[in-house]
Ligand binder design. Sequence first.
Ligand code: NAD
Ligand code: MG
Length: 386
Amino acid sequence: MRRKIAILGATGSVGSSALDLIERSPDRFEVVALTAAVNSEALAAAARRTGAKLAVVADECRLSDLQARLAGTGCRAAAGREALIEAAAGEADLVLAAIVGCAGLEPVMAAVEAGRIVALANKEALVTAGALMTDSALRNGATLLPVDSEHNAIFQCLAGSRGGDVSRIILTASGGPFRTASAEKMRGATPAEAVAHPNWSMGAKISVDSATLMNKGLELIEAHYLFRLPSDRIDILIHPQSVIHSLVEFIDGSMLAQLGCPDMRIPIAYALAWPERMATPAPRVDLSSIASLDFEAPDLERFPALRLAREALQASGAAPIVLNAANEVAVASFLAGRIGFADIAAIVERALGESRAAGPASISDVLEIDRMTRVQVESAMQAVCQ
Ligand code: NAD
Ligand code: MG
């Protein structure tokens, strides 16, 4: 029987890589739903190629265009929030959550509440609603499979081991485009320089997060919820070659690592085919040509975002939501040329310091803290930019 797949965020970097794999294995997968934010042209093209039954564009203004592009295909076009939730909680066996940002939270939760297998790339959803999501997954029989390469690596290393045998996990980080840059050079960094990741090809937001190391900070929080480990048992290690995607250390002193070329199709394939494996066209690691693998400790002075994320995890409650919302607004402002690179972490630090929000008891609380933080950060930025 073919596995029925829904892809939330099908037009993005992760979504496109998943489609590439799925289209190579039509005997294995059936695409039932695809979604996108605004790009109705790319969405309709993907729906036509895969024979999807439902295509959803978040922006309702794009519905008529999507309908026109899908005329005669048998694929239903829909738009807006409710339709995104329908795509997530519909007939799919496995939902790939590849929307960027907290915008993906409601559809991810809909898939979790429907008890689906959720292949999670959308780390911001877990960062903002980690406890609510993992509790709901337990209650509803949903399975959360990490797609983020580091978490997927840890998930692979943990296979067959008992939780009590793990002493710590080590998330590797490439260090991003500014790993060796001076603080002064980083202050003047342009969006084009920040998104030029040395090893991975990714969407703009996560590329900037990789340059500030906020990405690793979000991944620290993500790892805490996925693997139920406290902050002091999750370490960060800079590894510029991005060949080791993460490691697990066990109580006997053994360490297991997962290696691979930096190609997201490997972790995506692991999640799509889980608990089996499937072939991918990803290049293979040639250790003799790599010759050496380097490691160094992260520099928390030049990369304060990593410190802020750890503090937010330790504070818990509303702090991870505030961290994420302030970062989303700051990154969008940086990409739009409104603020400098160093302002991103400064804005996040200020938002965390000013927040008085209580911890969330529900997803609507999470969304409200997210909304309030965005309003506060926007108005603070406007005051500074004037
Ligand atoms: P991207 O910007 O390339 O794509 C994002 C997708 O989400 C697009 O399909 C877009 O249409 C959709 N989207 C954006 N805003 C939306 C909204 N408001 N409502 C509905 N849909 C919306 O991003 P990406 O690089 O593919 O990353 C997706 C997620 O996966 C992020 O959370 C990222 O952190 C995570 N991730 C990405 C990579 C990678 O290699 N790109 C690796 C690990 C984790
Ligand atoms: Mg990652």
